[in-house]
Design a protein around this ligand. Sequence first.
Ligand code: ZN
Ligand code: ZN
Length: 350
Amino acid sequence: MTTNATTVPAYAAPAANAPLERTTVPRRAVGEHDVLIDIKYAGICHSDIHQARDGWGEGIFPMVPGHEIAGIVAEVGPGVTKHKVGDRVGVGCFVDSCRECAYCRQGLEQYCTQGMTGTYNALGKDGEPTYGGYSTRIVVDENYTLRIPEGIALDEAAPLLCAGITLYSPLAHWQAGPGKKVAIVGLGGLGHMGVKIAHALGAEVTVLSQSLKKQEDGLKLGADHYYATSDPETFTKLAGTFDLIISTVSAPLDFGAYLSLVKTDGALVNVGAPEEPVALNLFSLIGGRKTLAGSMIGGIAETQEMLDFCAAHGLGSEIEVIGAEQINEAYERVVASDVRYRFVIDTSTI
Ligand SMILES: [Zn+2]
Ligand SMILES: [Zn+2]
């Protein structure tokens, strides 16, 4: 006997740019391979705000954002083998993919040729809109549900499901580690996880931030060096220094200037999501055989690897836990970069 389709309390944006408000949304019946999760915490990602405000266009409203979900399994379908009732689990940015394309088969579901199914603001295979983690319960296929190891508190684990994997994946792919000089551009929700993870991987870590306002934090989080990008001398001093730079900022960046800080054969990887295109003089790549790349979250297997890595190294996100009624205020503070470093909603307040 499994739970039938139901409705659950949630916080939703009723229309683009409208404040989020309390409502209810449908959850499907628990199917053969589904797990029903009691959501305990949901992180607020900058991309929640982009989408709730329709910055990327074609949003599905009402929209329940939230793709940094941590909770406890409340029920499992009869065919579920990965999880059992009471398990600590997480859900990240997607809840399904085609499962058949070359990328899905390699565990790169985030690059599925059919397009992954977003945890919210997407249509599932049943044609119904998906609703995210600003809610009390969610039903997700077991294969798109992660195990949160003991040793990471659920509230500190939630932001790992997007912010953590967004930084872990490029750090792993471009082999950050001992002997490598890595710079993280921007010390926000994404950047602070980049510093922690790059440091734990053994790299020499530099933060490149607009000002020195968060320098003390950055060094405490594991950075070896901290520079202000508002100081033009930073770019002279650090020319040709880094094996890898990861930019986490969603504002348009002078990519040419940052590429001048990359060593020959090094890479500048963008994980931020600017709404506007950027201009780049390609000579900044040619001189030094440099790579300008992008990276988007990570696959399910790699996300599990990241969670296990974070647990082994005692890494969680730096968080400020809020009640659901504070979501709209929190959005304003995220936009103003006034959070250290991730808001996490206590979903018992929904
Ligand atoms: Zn996100
Ligand atoms: Zn696929």
